[in-house]
Design a protein around this ligand. Structure first.
Ligand code: FA5
Length: 345
């Protein structure tokens, strides 16, 4: 091949590259096209083979043509790849984010209404000198009944439909009220005592206002000269703080084996303020718990001197209190975990 023929071959390879690359926009395809011409087995490499056989004076011309075509192919590839990168950047920028937009609000949870109420109740009593005490939910028959003046055959046991637990030493029950914490506290130390005991209790009860598991708060105050007036004053203080200063209380004579005298404690109906309505069944009052002066038999069971100290105790249902305050009509709502209900409080 003559020098002129080789140069034509080289230039043809350059034109062929220009045709093939056309308006390719794909980086991979462009690189493949470049390799087809400039690669080791490319068309320019073929043309180069003839170079060695040329007479020396012809070689620079061929070399110059080779460099020119090679240079322009490389420049074109660079230009194309640069344009593709630029285009991609433009697309990215067009899709830009407005950093000044307000973020999507993050949904935050909060304490369950029951926990909120318990904390509020604890705070009210803490302010007037009561400490928080606790006891086990699986309780002995002794603490739940016997020490509270309810011997095995006592008819008052029937009022607290009990879940009994088989096995273990002695008779175990799921505590039916928080009153056993009174016993545990008095057995643990001498008077004076000022405690409240919030906690879960269990009974075989199930209707819109009764649940098999519910929450009570117990209160016990034992000291020299504690009177029924102290009981009433403490209850009134609590009800005023919890429901508001215009809600009065009524203590109705009743019976509990562990208090003497005993009373049902009612609050003025929050819905009709005493005039009588459907909720209070026209009585003007709503029952919230039991109360009374600690029975001497309970002091005896705990080793306290019934002639030395006196005391009052009361216990109420926390869900019941909350249902009255917030107008909730089904106790099941407390435990269902339905966010639509929970979010309201
Ligand atoms: C008692 O449990 C006594 N231990 C209260 C007491 C303590 C009296 C200290 C004297 C001295 P009673 O069984 O009435 O009492 O229950 C108290 C309150 O618990 C009720 O007024 C009611 O508000 C609530 N309660 C009772 N059973 C249920 C239930 N199944 N579901 C929801 N709340 C209930």
């Amino acid at each position: 091949m003559t020098a002129q023929e080789i140069i034509q071959q080289i230039e043809e390879a350059g034109r062929e590259f220009a045709r093939a690359i056309g308006d390719l926009r794909d980086e991979q395809a462009i690189r493949e096209e470049k390799a087809r011409v400039l690669g080791k087995k490319g068309s320019l490499a073929g043309a180069m083979k003839g170079l060695g056989a040329l007479p020396a004076p012809d070689r620079p011309r061929v070399g110059e043509a080779l460099n020119r075509v090679k240079g322009s192919i490389e420049a074109e590839v660079e230009r194309r790849l640069g344009a593709i990168a630029e285009e991609a950047l433009e697309v990215d920028l067009a899709r830009r984010v407005d950093v000044t937009l307000p973020s999507r609000p993050r949904r935050r949870g909060h304490l369950h209404l029951l926990t909120q109420l318990l904390r509020e109740i604890e705070e009210i009593f803490r302010e007037i000198g009561f400490q928080v005490a606790t006891g086990p939910q699986v309780e002995t028959d002794f603490h739940n009944f016997e020490a509270l003046n309810m011997p095995p055959d006592h008819p008052a046991r029937d009022m607290q439909d009990t879940f009994f637990i088989e096995g273990g030493q002695g008779q175990l029950v799921l505590r039916t009220h928080t009153s056993p914490v009174q016993i545990r506290t008095m057995l643990a130390g001498p008077p004076p005592v000022r405690i409240i005991a919030p906690g879960v209790v269990y009974r075989r009860d199930d209707d819109p206002t009764h649940s098999p598991m519910f929450t009570q708060v117990e209160c016990l105050c034992v000291d020299h000269g504690v009177s029924f007036a102290d009981l009433k004053g403490t209850l009134l203080h609590f009800v005023h703080r919890f429901f508001g200063p215009d809600i009065g209380i009524r203590l109705r004579p009743s019976f509990f084996p562990f208090t003497e005298p005993s009373a049902e404690m009612d609050i003025l109906c929050l819905f009709c303020k005493g005039r009588g309505c459907r909720i209070c069944k026209s009585t003007g009052y709503l029952e919230v718990g039991g109360a009374g002066m600690v029975d001497p038999a309970v002091f005896a069971a705990c080793g306290y001197d019934r002639y030395d100290v006196t005391g009052f105790a009361f216990g109420f249902g926390v869900e019941r209190m909350g249902m009255l305050r917030h107008g909730v009509d089904d106790i099941k709502l407390w435990y269902e975990g339905d966010a639509r209900w929970l979010e309201q409080f």
